[in-house]
Write a protein that binds this ligand. Structure first.
Ligand SMILES: NC(=O)c1ccc[n+]([C@@H]2O[C@H](COP(=O)([O-])OP(=O)(O)OC[C@H]3O[C@@H](n4cnc5c(N)ncnc54)[C@H](O)[C@@H]3O)[C@@H](O)[C@H]2O)c1
Length: 313
């Protein structure tokens, strides 16, 4: 079989996606592309490189007879605001490189957009599939551009590129970064280490979220759906649960009733306020049968157990 290349393989999403793809397709059929961070205990085929480097990417496609790319490499909301030029370069030119290779080698591509594609002029509740996309971060700007580029390559060149607007994703396999939604992972480190956490968002900052297992399941389901079922070639609205820090704390207190929380909002609160609170993802449900499994209670339990095991507690 043609092999699968995963870029950004050691980030938050890749750390869960790569093992699942290995399980489904065999360890020898999945190539993990890392850049700086490589997991110590990684088992599988590892390559290192920069997605902006067209020659390296082309050589990898040839060397491994790649048929599908899950293109996860990129800068996110907080990193993007620290380094806007770099975010534009990696997110924009990195994606264009992959799409150009897909055009040349008939690759199937997955590339995630984000709720960061939305902005202050987007409705806050039940955001429809087609809506105002006027983000206020460079990350969001790169996602809107990427969505349009994907649709253009599909319509103009027939590239089979598929995409989801990921909400905040909560997993425990990779160490959490400094992303706007990642308080919902850091809070479990606080819970397990000191039964307390200082939250960088306000208690009522409601955001669309999803447990990582659901995101991986949805991503693979989208890629396996017959092409005629895919009616959206920009990026699908994709949603599971929406909650506030206070609601998550209520769930955590069922595990640890004397858990201490305090709120010290920083610049990420402004980013959170520019994003919607709930998303209408009925197109994904109708087109290719998207259905989540994890609600807030189930996600809380899974993250608690996962982070506890990771910390060896
Ligand atoms: N994590 C979330 O909640 C979330 C939400 C919405 C969308 N997404 C999207 O999902 C994708 C993966 O996100 P993540 O959370 O795993 O991010 P992450 O920051 O954890 O991982 C991204 C990886 O990309 C790598 N990378 C950065 N620049 C690179 C370059 N030039 N060449 C090669 N690799 C490079 C980094 O080393 C990092 O390991 C991104 O496109 C992101 O925008 C994530």
């Amino acid at each position: 079989m043609q092999r699968i290349l995963v870029t950004g393989a050691f980030g938050l999403v890749g750390s869960d996606l790569v093992p699942e793809l290995q399980k489904q397709h065999g360890v020898d059929n999945v190539i993990a592309l890392g850049r700086q961070t490589i997991a110590d205990n990684f088992q599988g085929i590892l390559e290192q490189g920069d997605v902006r480097d067209q020659a390296t990417m082309a050589a990898l496609v040839k060397k491994y007879d790649i048929g599908t790319v899950y293109h996860l490499a990129g800068l996110l909301s907080v990193g993007g605001e620290k380094h806007p030029d770099l975010a534009w370069d990696v997110n924009g030119n990195g994606l264009k490189n992959i799409l150009d290779l897909a055009k040349e080698h008939q690759l199937k591509v997955f590339w995630p957009s984000s709720i960061a594609a939305f902005g202050p002029t987007t409705p806050k509740q039940n955001v429809p599939q087609h809506t105002s996309l006027e983000p206020s971060t460079i990350y969001g700007v790169s996602k809107v551009t990427g969505e349009l580029l994907c649709q253009y390559y599909f319509k103009r060149y027939g590239v089979d590129v598929r995409s989801l607007r990921y909400p905040g994703l909560n997993g425990y396999k990779a160490a959490p970064g400094d992303g706007t939604t990642e308080y919902a992972i850091h809070i479990f480190y606080g819970l397990i280490k000191e039964n307390a956490y200082s939250c960088f968002l306000k208690d009522d900052a409601r955001l669309p979220m999803m447990y990582m297992d659901d995101a991986i399941k949805g991503t693979i389901a989208l890629m396996e759906a017959p092409a005629e079922k895919i009616s959206v070639r920009t990026s699908y609205n994709f949603s599971a649960i929406s909650f506030t820090p206070a609601e998550l704390v209520e769930e955590i207190k069922k595990i640890s009733p004397d858990f201490q929380i305090n709120y010290q909002p920083d610049a990420r609160q402004q980013i959170a306020e520019s994003w919607p609170q709930t998303i209408d993802d009925s197109r994904a449900r109708e087109d290719w049968g998207w259905q989540e499994e994890f609600d807030l209670a189930k996600m809380t339990q899974a993250l608690y157990e996962g982070v506890k095991a990771k910390l060896g507690k």
